[in-house]
Design a protein around this ligand. Structure first.
Ligand code: IVH
Length: 697
């Protein structure tokens, strides 16, 4: 490790500054150290586009420096990185002075820091609830677009906030950046001059495509969408920028009119609407909320959807909605007091590769795995990361002893993003792949393109063990308690040779295993019992058929509804299943025609496993609806009618209210029918009810 400062962890690996040094001399030394580290990080990030600190580490350094400077204001020299917005404009581009400086945002890393922001706002605006706009914090590059009489005349990066770089030609290549503004139907007319600010970024899918192309062309891969977007925009040749699928969202304005006045919008939300009206893409995720509680809810919602968004976000920007309120709040140093970036837990961390080993998977593939110095990423401790396959290991050139960035996004297996080669010492060791399976000792052979190293042992226990663990996994049969150790014991002892054997285990056999108490044994048996009624899709997934992941298993289950129906499906029939291509269909047909596999499935069924066909999908007219039954129906009893509605995803309630969707009125319906009429609830007679039932079955 280089001399990274010691930090105190709060949540999810986010650091807050440790208490600053007590005496002025120590403080000065500390500040100098921090300044040097920050300057180096800025250079690597902005100039070389090759960072060696994670964003979280960088933020931590700046915050520590801020803390030292807060205690010893004399140390706050003009050259301090806290006194400017990082991002020295490169000399390769013509400098552009922003008419109105482009501010940066201060950060909140915890709920308390968010609450502090909100109280500062209230201190100025008074006790009343404050409307805020919450916007995803796009992880890209801020730019300013200048429109004169509605025409794009200039575009610049933020640079240091006062002076940016002229990247007009490059910005013009971005398809969603309007070259001319549309006349808005509502609101103020387009002024003689206006500066629009927003973020240039890359969508995840575009980033992946770009990298796939690079890979084909044998070029080194890009590390992350953010740096790639920044690098793409700061190209001297606009043709290169044009070949990168950059995106843009507008989110603020600089000066309005000749005098660089403030835009004539009482609320930020109206400003956004205007931007949209004149032709800018505005993030549809932006939300107006009320008060701190509203912000918190919005944050939780964004955080939960973080990985569902098409682009990377590293937090949420909280902005006071009222423009007048913004003016009253003003700014401190280079950040407005009316906005804050409420960061998400970082998904990247830096750590060291302690060792590399291979793991034998259920198909016999030997997957290289890096063992790491444990580190907090995205809220969990990560101590292992997959290197996928030998090619990947070679491409990333990961060596034992290397400093690396690891990334863990959502439920994805942690991955090594990049080796920080600038800190290599020369003592790092390359990993040599074994030529024998480390588990069964059979020869390990590499396929032609060097992408997969496979164990050739037919009875390799590691493969069986991995298959069993996959079988028991959460997305499969969900059998709690079948961890590495127990799976290895069951395989090594010969008690389990295939999945069905699990269901034949009993208490005496299990307690006979080493370190297995009666209680855990019973728990495991209970878990097995509970697993016997899985949805068909999970059962199919659990079988571990190559190419059959969660989505394919679901599609198969929806299509065939019964596992035995798959025995007779040939490749042709399988290609009719959603998203199944010919190659996949061949593998699947091969799996189900193999007698050994069918026997394995039959053995499971015989052991009492009963996969459940998919529930009918609730899309019909009763899905999620509340129905009230009244009077007597000729064709159905009350209970039968209730059951029919419920089978179609509806709910039957006893009394009519505004929440009722339909009232089904048979013979002799009384007060409920009257109530329905009063409330304007839709009434179905028996005929209409039966028709709807038929339509929805
Ligand atoms: S508003 C003073 N809105 O975050 C307000 N910024 O440190 C300044 N960013 O330079 C910008 N998404 O690169 C704003 N919805 C959003 C944003 C956003 C990302 C970035 C932008 C800016 C940095 C602030």
């Amino acid at each position: 490790m280089t001399d990274l400062p010691s930090v105190k962890k709060t949540w999810s690996g986010v650091r807050t500054p440790r208490p600053s040094p007590v005496d002025a001399d120590t403080a000065r030394v500390r500040a100098e150290q921090l300044k040097a580290q920050i300057a180096r990080a800025d250079h690597r990030y902005y100039v070389l586009d090759d960072p060696e600190l994670t964003d979280a580490e960088y933020d931590a350094l700046v915050r520590q420096l801020q803390a030292v400077e807060a205690e010893f204001p004399a140390l706050r020299t003009p050259d301090s990185p806290t006194a400017r917005v990082a991002g020295a404009p490169s000399e390769r581009f013509r400098p552009v002075t922003h008419r109105v400086p482009m501010l940066s945002l201060s950060n909140a890393f915890s709920d308390e820091e968010l609450a502090e922001f909100d109280s500062r706002v209230h201190r100025v605006l008074g006790p009343e609830d404050v409307p805020y706009v919450c916007e995803p914090k796009l992880d890209g590059l801020a730019v300013e677009l200048v429109y004169v009489h509605g025409q794009l005349v200039e575009g610049a990066t933020r640079g240091d906030g006062s002076v940016g770089e002229d990247v007009t030609a490059n910005l013009r290549t971005i398809r969603v950046v309007p070259l001319a503004l549309r006349r808005p139907e509502k609101g103020p007319a387009i002024p003689s001059r206006v500066e629009v600010r927003g973020e240039v970024f890359l969508r995840r899918a575009d980033f992946a495509r770009l990298n796939a192309r690079r890979e084909q062309e044998g070029e080194p891969l890009y590390v992350n969408p953010r740096n790639t977007a920044a690098g793409s925009l700061r190209q001297l040749d606009p043709a290169i920028t044009a070949s990168r699928p950059l995106s843009f969202f507008a989110y603020e304005m600089g000066g309005w009119g000749e005098e660089a006045g403030t835009a004539p919008f009482p609320r930020h939300a109206e400003k956004l609407a205007w931007l949209e009206a004149v032709g800018f893409p505005v993030n549809p995720e932006n939300r107006t909320v009320i008060g701190l509680e509203g912000v918190r809810k919005s944050y939780d919602a964004f955080l939960a959807r973080r990985h569902a968004l098409a682009y990377e976000v590293d937090g949420m920007v909280v902005k006071v909605d009222g423009e007048d309120a913004r003016r009253r709040l003003g700014q401190v140093s280079k950040s407005p007091r009316w906005a804050i970036a409420y960061k998400f837990p970082p998904e990247e961390a830096r750590t060291k590769v302690e060792a590399i080993e291979v793991n034998v998977g259920r198909t016999g593939a030997l997957t290289p795995v890096a063992f790491l110095t444990p580190v907090q990423v995205g809220g969990v401790t990560v101590s292992r990361a997959t290197l996928h396959n030998p090619l990947e290991l070679k491409r990333k050139d990961v060596r034992v002893g290397d400093q690396v960035f690891v990334r863990r996004a959502g439920d994805v297996i942690p991955e090594i993003v990049k080796v920080i080669d600038s800190v290599r010492t020369g003592t790092e060791k390359e990993y040599a792949f074994p030529d024998h399976c480390p588990v069964c000792g059979a020869a390990a052979v590499m396929d032609e393109d060097g992408a997969i190293l496979r164990c050739t042992g037919l009875d390799c226990p590691a493969q069986l063990q991995a298959r069993l663990q996959h079988f028991a996994s959460r997305g499969g049969m969900d059998i709690e308690g079948l961890g590495d150790k127990l799976a290895a014991q069951l395989v090594d002892s010969g008690l389990v040779k295939r999945a069905a054997d699990l269901y034949r285990l009993d208490l005496p056999t299990l307690t006979g295993l080493e370190r297995m108490g009666e209680k855990s044994a019973q728990n495991f048996l209970d878990a097995l019992e509970r697993s016997k009624r899985p949805p068909l899709r999970r059962f199919l997934y659990a079988l571990g058929i190559r190419h059959v992941g969660d989505a394919t298993a679901r599609a198969l289950a929806d299509h065939f509804r019964d596992v035995r129906a798959l025995y007779d499906a040939d490749a042709e029939a399988l290609t009719r299943v959603k998203d199944v291509g010919p190659e996949m269909a061949k593998v699947m047909a091969g799996f189900f025609s193999e007698p050994q596999n069918r026997e394995g499935i039959e053995a499971l069924l015989a052991a009492g496993v009963g996969p459940q066909p998919p529930e009918d999908t609730w899309r019909g007219p009763f899905a999620g609806k509340t129905v009230v039954l009244t009077g007597t129906l000729a064709a159905l009893t009350r209970d039968q009618a209730k059951e029919e509605v419920e089978r179609r995803g509806g709910k039957v309630s006893g009394s009519v209210s505004r929440k009722t969707d339909f009232v089904v009125a048979g013979e002799d319906s009384g007060s409920k029918l009257k109530k329905a009429a009063e409330l304007g609830v839709k009434v179905l007679d028996e005929r209409a009810f039966l028709d709807l039932l038929a339509a929805a079955s």
